[in-house]
Design a protein around this ligand. Structure first.
Ligand SMILES: Cc1cc2nc3c(=O)[nH]c(=O)nc-3n(C[C@H](O)[C@H](O)[C@H](O)COP(=O)(O)OP(=O)(O)OC[C@H]3O[C@@H](n4cnc5c(N)ncnc54)[C@H](O)[C@@H]3O)c2cc1C
Length: 415
């Protein structure tokens, strides 16, 4: 079957991989000159299979007002005259219950464990070069109450199959000596040995090479902007692009945060709004000062991943608009936070700042699978977990396009 994958971010690339594995004739259509150049470019690099709890949790709402008043806050909200922005915020508030948060966590763990198994199989079988490491993840807490809450959540997650350990401050430093400089700020940490990390952009590029080297290569139609869909008798006959119409038997939408516009034109209302985040990529200057284990600073909501000889730092969520324009003030906050946490670790004069738009749904679950159009599948809305969930979602696309039931239940992920 001829399948057209719309978008060459990490969701599109893994969809193309599993579709090609299933024997389909695949073409990926992308507006940029290369793959992985938008939100999948310089994200946090975390393959965070056990840390999937949604942003919408019971403890979040009381924190929002103080966050909105602080200039170095992890969250920023710029209100717009945009119905979709306000609707997203309202749905987010409604999702901030303990019950919904636990339900979402359980659903996302189902998908993330599935993704982990597929990613591990993929790195075993394919020659992929993306600074992939299985180095575990330590989330450290500065506030004793937050740490106690995390230990309670760990017990719930353990019941769902996560293997995690609670560490006191001394054990955190023993595990990651680069944290020694802030030992007095650490109330405790949760360590998950089974977490991985890697460079998402290089993963996309490596996968492109693998897909082009296949006996039946995957086609990449780059520099092609999709402008709409041609509908016929309850199906999609073609996608419209600035290079003409592209026909296929099946279409998989992986257009990230931009998906909403094209989908709305054909009556599909995906509940996605961009949460803008920022990252820094820093050449490591002093080995002993930079972490080897992936780190999350829970208070500041900043993640750190060692990618080869660089440190990737990412964080923040700005609910502003659909533009991925870099705000120097936000980058300056990130720089100060890295300097405070891992002093002397990197050469900041060579730092590469970046920002991207997390395609976020209010509850934190991606939207996968069937649409009102028989041959149009969705793989969108992965929020802060797109790299983590990419393999599972890609395989689900391949199974559904092939008329097979997906490998896991899609309960909670459908439109
Ligand atoms: C700061 C930050 C840190 C993050 N950290 C992590 C992390 O540590 N771990 C993790 O798992 N996830 C992380 N994420 C989330 C992750 O990066 C995203 O969920 C993921 O990249 C989304 O992938 P995607 O393929 O859906 O979207 P994208 O990567 O945005 O891909 C969509 C593609 O569609 C193309 N496109 C859009 N419109 C059109 C059109 N009209 N015509 C043609 N092409 C079009 C775009 O050019 C783009 O290439 C982070 C995100 C941010 C912003």
């Amino acid at each position: 079957m001829k399948v057209c994958v719309l978008g060459a971010g990490v969701a599109g690339m893994t969809s193309a991989y599993f579709l090609a594995e299933a024997g389909h004739d695949v073409t990926v259509v992308e507006r940029n000159a290369g793959v992985g150049l938008e939100t999948s470019y310089a994200n946090g690099g975390q393959l965070s299979y056990s840390y999937v709890a949604p942003l919408a949790g019971p403890g979040v709402l009381p924190k929002v007002p103080p966050w909105l008043l602080r200039r170095d806050s992890p969250l920023r909200f710029s209100p717009r005259l945009d119905y979709y922005q306000w609707r997203w915020c309202l749905q987010f508030v409604l999702a901030c219950s303990a019950r919904q948060s636990e339900l979402t966590t359980a659903r996302l763990l189902r998908l993330s464990f599935y993704s982990r198994a597929l990613m591990h199989a993929m790195v075993e079988t394919e020659a992929l070069d993306f600074d992939y490491v299985r180095n575990g993840k330590l989330v450290f807490y500065s506030d004793p109450d937050s740490f106690r809450g995390a230990v309670a959540a760990m017990d719930y997650q353990r019941s769902l199959g996560c293997e995690q350990q609670a560490l006191d401050a001394g054990e955190c430093i023993a595990l990651e000596p680069a944290l020694a400089g802030i030992a007095r700020e650490i109330a405790g940490g949760i360590y998950t040995p089974s977490e991985d990390a890697g460079d998402c952009y290089r993963f996309c590029v490596s996968l492109e090479q693998v897909l082009q080297a296949r006996p039946r290569p995957v086609g990449f139609q780059l520099n092609t902007r999709i402008t709409g869909f041609v509908r016929a008798r309850g199906r999609i006959a073609a996608v419209r692009s600035d290079r003409g119409d592209l026909e296929a038997d099946c279409f998989v939408v992986t257009l990230g945060a931009q998906s909403v516009f094209l989908l709305r034109d054909i009556g599909i209302d995906a509940p996605i709004y961009p949460l803008k985040g920022y990252s820094l990529t820093l050449p490591i200057r002093a080995e002993s000062c930079a972490p080897r284990v992936s780190i999350t600073d829970h208070k500041r909501k900043v993640v750190y991943a060692r990618l080869g000889d660089e440190l990737r730092v990412a964080g923040m969520a700005d609910i502003t608009n659909y533009r991925a324009d870099l705000d120097p003030a936000r980058i300056a906050v990130l720089v100060r936070q890295v300097e405070a946490t891992f002093p002397g670790c990197a050469d900041f004069s060579l730092s590469k700042p970046w920002c991207g738009l997390r395609p976020a749904t209010p509850k934190g679950t991606p939207v996968l699978g069937a649409t009102p159009y028989a041959n149009l599948l969705l793989n969108v809305g992965h929020g802060a977990l797109g790299f983590t969930l990419a393999c599972g979602c890609g395989k689900i696309m391949a199974d559904m396009a092939s008329g097979r039931p997906p490998g896991i239940s899609l309960d909670g992920f459908t439109l």
